[in-house]
Design a protein around this ligand. Structure first.
Ligand code: S3P
Length: 168
């Protein structure tokens, strides 16, 4: 069976959906952020603070290359994985890309009390969410399926992906 690759902005629900989906299907699940943290022995926030975003993207690319070789897995990606075309080519090799979309206001509501997103540690996170989402719009378009998650529960999103799985 092919991999399911979950893309989307922070707060789109990739991690929660990926974990539920793994339970429902028995597929393996891997989260690129978790692998990066495990290999670096540091949190994502600390990597950004200590080494900067560029270094984080290099680590991320290496992990993407590795997880792209998996099979029968749900691959949860960090929100910026889509920015590198080579990441997407690698991930698509064995998989179907499912983009979880959320409107900026939804993202803000879901993340406003979450301290783990270095990119949103700014004075006006709501403006920053809109700005980054806007600039990434063309990159998130690189998908095989899109699910609009604003009005769906995690469970409902997972069920939509199950339908996609059945049809692939
Ligand atoms: C990032 C999203 C984060 C994490 C890092 C950068 C981004 O992952 O990879 O903080 O550039 O959008 P989540 O999308 O899982 O929050």
């Amino acid at each position: 069976m092919v991999n399911i690759i979950l893309t989307g902005f922070m707060g789109a629900g990739k991690s929660s959906v990926g974990k539920i989906l793994a339970k429902k299907t028995g597929m393996d699940v891997v989260d690129t952020d978790d692998v990066i943290e495990g290999e670096a022995g540091m949190s994502i926030s600390f990597i950004f603070k200590r080494h900067g975003e560029e270094h984080f993207r290099e680590l991320e690319k290496k992990v993407v290359e590795k997880v792209s070789n998996l099979e029968n897995s749900i691959i949860i990606t960090g929100g910026g994985v889509v920015l590198d075309k080579e990441n997407m080519t690698a991930l698509r090799k064995n998989g179907t890309i499912v983009y979880l979309h959320a409107e900026p206001d939804t993202v803000y509501e879901r993340l406003k009390d979450d301290a783990a997103r270095p990119l949103l540690k700014v004075t006006h996170p709501n403006r920053e969410i809109k700005r980054i989402l806007n600039s990434r719009e063309p990159f998130y378009k690189d998908h095989d399926h899109q699910i609009d998650t604003d009005d769906l529960t995690i469970d409902q999103v997972a069920d939509r992906i199950l339908d996609i799985l059945k049809s692939t």
